[in-house]
Design a binder for this molecule. Structure first.
Ligand SMILES: [Zn+2]
Length: 191
């Protein structure tokens, strides 16, 4: 047992040293993150036991077709997701990536997560491949707005269509805006 633990530590330490050397040697370093980085922040991986897909069948609650068919039903899932993300704080892994960016060793983060924890930790260049829950979007006209406390559920756009959080549902393409950012990756992050 002890031997295995020591072996594990040695492998981990070696891996970390290699990663650190690669980052220092690099021309461009970017971090690609997924659900695992937010698990220590208290957000269970959606697909793991205890994850949100155990309660909400994604085919019933997380496809764009399901949303267009019955927005109120899919909002039950969004409300639960919001509660799950609400209390979460960035953990040392998010903070370390923000720090690496701040000292010029990391160009940015590409994430599949919709929890906003990279930005909360202080990362400035964050490509949210699956969107984020910070804004609402209208699937009808593309209109956006920020959610308000005590808003009507589902929120309705001025065009009459129910709005959804700006997260990518199954059946929707990944956000295109992050790709456009590549051109200004090293410069103006605002476009
Ligand atoms: Zn609209």
């Amino acid at each position: 047992m002890d031997f295995n633990r020591t072996e594990f530590d040695r492998t981990l330490e070696e891996g970390m040293r290699e990663a650190a050397e690669a980052i220092v040697r690099r021309c461009h370093a970017v971090a690609l993150t997924g659900a695992g980085i937010s698990v220590p922040s208290g957000i269970p991986d959606f697909r793991s036991p205890g994850g949100i897909w155990e309660k909400f069948d994604p085919m019933e609650y997380a496809t764009i077709d399901a949303f267009l068919r019955d927005p109120a039903k899919v909002w039950e899932f969004f409300v639960e997701l919001d509660e799950l993300l609400l209390g979460a704080e960035p953990n040392p892994a998010h903070e370390a990536l923000a720090r690496l960016e701040a000292i010029g060793l990391l160009d940015g983060v590409i994430t599949q997560n919709v929890d906003n924890l990279h930005r909360q930790a202080g990362s400035k260049i964050v490509v949210e491949f699956h969107g984020s829950g910070r804004q609402l979007i209208c699937p009808g006209c593309g209109g956006r707005r920020y959610p308000e406390p005590d808003m009507q559920i589902p929120p309705v756009c001025s065009c009459g269509q129910a709005m959804k959080p700006d997260v990518v549902l199954f059946g929707e393409p990944p956000r295109s805006a992050p790709w456009k950012r590549r051109r200004s990756w090293r410069g103006d992050p605002g476009s």
